[in-house]
Design a protein around this ligand. Structure first.
Ligand code: FES
Length: 258
């Protein structure tokens, strides 16, 4: 019975560690861990009861045996029971450590948007834009031609001075620079641009992104820059994308493996 309980605790603890390593449902990991702890708790209780001396126990006093050469008593470690304990300690150690690994960040799956190389940049009304259509300091929401309203493709097109010290100057023809409109904190639309300090603001939790430095967050809870849309001037003189955004759009917990 005792050995069965201990073996059950070991198997459940190992199964819990394995489930955590395989990123199984947390409920499964928790249930297996609960089973392991329940089994070892019952085992410890029954072992303690077995060790308790009965009330009427009297121990006869004996003369200590005198060891003869070649007949000295030997100390043993409890045979199989002792070795099972080693497994139990290892199994519970694994069940404790492995779930900690799952606290790390999961790799994001890069899910693209409908922006492709050569796609013309158009307004919400579907009008293609030339490099001088936006006034200096102006901002407008843009989409790839043919995909107006595609939410994850929404971008903010901003016009800054052509000689502004942009981090990615080559991606901003004639001062036209574009970033994803979806805040990297919690996905709200970044809606406000202040040209005095080249700053984009998210109204939800007041994150601020520096346009000059690749929309890097400089205040608020966002920790990742708004992905940039690389722009060029097409052969017909209209603004076009050079491809998709420079990174995944939206908050870090979007587009993760389930
Ligand atoms: S969603 Fe933009 S700061 Fe929170």
């Amino acid at each position: 019975m005792n050995t069965t309980l201990l073996a059950t605790a070991i198997v459940a603890a190992l199964a819990s560690a394995g489930a955590a390593a395989a990123r199984a449902d947390p409920a499964v990991v928790g249930l297996l861990a609960a089973l392991a702890f329940a089994a070892i708790t019952i085992w410890a209780g029954s072992a303690a009861l077995a060790l308790r001396a009965p009330d009427d126990c009297t121990e006869p006093r004996q003369r200590p045996a005198i060891a003869q050469p070649g007949n000295e008593p030997t100390l043993t470690r409890g045979g199989v029971f002792g070795r099972i304990w080693i497994f139990a300690i290892g199994a519970f150690g694994l069940a404790t450590i492995v779930p900690i690994v799952s606290l790390g960040r999961r790799a994001r799956v890069a899910v693209g948007t409908v922006w492709t190389a050569g796609a013309r940049v158009v307004t919400e009304q579907g009008r293609p834009l030339r490099p001088d259509d936006i006034a200096l300091g102006g901002v407008t929401t843009v989409f790839p031609e043919g995909h107006v309203g595609a939410q994850d493709a929404a971008a903010l097109l901003i016009r800054v001075e052509d000689n502004a010290m942009l981090t990615n100057h080559a991606w901003a023809p004639r001062g036209n620079v574009a970033f994803s409109k979806i805040c990297t904190h919690a996905g709200c639309p970044v809606a406000i641009y202040r040209h005095a300090d080249y700053m984009l603001y998210c109204p939800c939790h007041q994150s601020q992104f520096s346009v000059l430095f690749g929309a890097r967050p400089v205040a608020g809870p966002a920790t990742r820059a708004l992905p940039q849309l690389k722009l060029a001037i097409g052969p017909d003189g209209y603004l076009v994308a050079r491809g998709d955004f420079s990174g995944p759009v939206g908050p870090d917990d979007w587009n993760r493996p389930a």
